[in-house]
Write a protein that binds this ligand. Structure first.
Ligand code: BTN
Length: 242
């Protein structure tokens, strides 16, 4: 394989292992993948249940960029996951992206991404953590979730998934290094879910209703509120009205 892989039976959290490795000077481009996690973490401090059968992996990157710029790679990772699934399904599945980086099929969450990093000398290191429901999805989440198996795909190992994912992500990373996130904005928008729709945007306790208008070149989502006022959001959670 053209990438380095550390494959573990179990980890607490591959993101934690990758962060420790990055801090200890691990060179970039290492994937840490676990068949299961005992302390898998999601965004906003939520747990990510991680039984065997699904994909749990974290990629260490080193970038000559500030952290805000590098963080747009979380959107790029979502795009790469959607493209991986499109390819693995022979074009049958076209997952959608829910800002910032959830990957959904028919409105149900299939994959989540948790990017963490820190400044480091000239640039920063980044850990791109990706969880994909290959075989199973929790049934008791506050939102609908699905798996590739439920979507009708044949069984797939985490290693087989990674081989395609790494190729998709590297291709997009090359474009990102050359043109920044603006070079990928159109591709992201094409796969995006709910542009033009009424949504709620939640930030901590605060929830406001508006129209999902656009994605900015810096990866922020643009929401239009009553009276036409447009606001940039770099953090928060979108809730679709159904
Ligand atoms: C989310 O949607 O809330 C993000 C979920 C991210 C889960 C992945 S699984 C591999 C990596 N290790 C973790 O502990 N979390 C990420």
């Amino acid at each position: 394989a053209p990438y380095r892989l550390r494959l573990l039976e179990e980890a607490s959290s591959t993101n934690d292992l990758a962060r420790e490795a990055a801090l200890a000077g691990e060179p970039a481009d290492l994937w840490i993948v676990a068949r299961s996690q005992s302390g898998g973490r999601g965004r906003l401090g939520r747990p990510w249940r991680s039984p065997p059968g699904n994909f749990y992996g974290s990629l260490i990157l080193r970038l000559e960029a500030d952290l805000a710029t590098a963080s747009t790679l979380s959107l790029v990772a979502g795009l790469a996951v959607a493209e991986t699934i499109h390819e693995l399904s022979g074009g049958r599945l076209a997952p959608r992206l829910k800002w910032p980086n959830d990957v959904l099929i028919d409105g149900a969450k299939l994959a989540g991404i948790l990017v963490e990093g820190a400044m480091d000398g000239q640039g920063c290191w980044l850990v791109i953590g990706i969880g994909v429901n290959l075989e199973s999805a929790p049934a008791d989440l506050p939102y609908p979730a699905t798996s590739l198996r439920a979507a009708g795909l044949p069984a797939l190992s985490p290693e087989a998934f990674l081989a395609v994912l790494d190729g998709c992500f590297r291709g997009r990373l090359r474009q990102w290094r050359e043109g920044g996130f603006p070079a990928l904005r159109e591709a992201w928008l094409t796969a995006a879910m709910g542009i033009g729709q009424l949504v709620k945007i939640r930030q901590g306790e605060r929830e406001r209703e508006g129209r999902l208008a656009d994605l900015a070149g810096d990866g922020a989502i643009l929401v239009e509120f009553d009276g036409g006022a447009m606001e940039h959001f770099t953090a928060g959670e979108i809730v679709f009205q159904h």
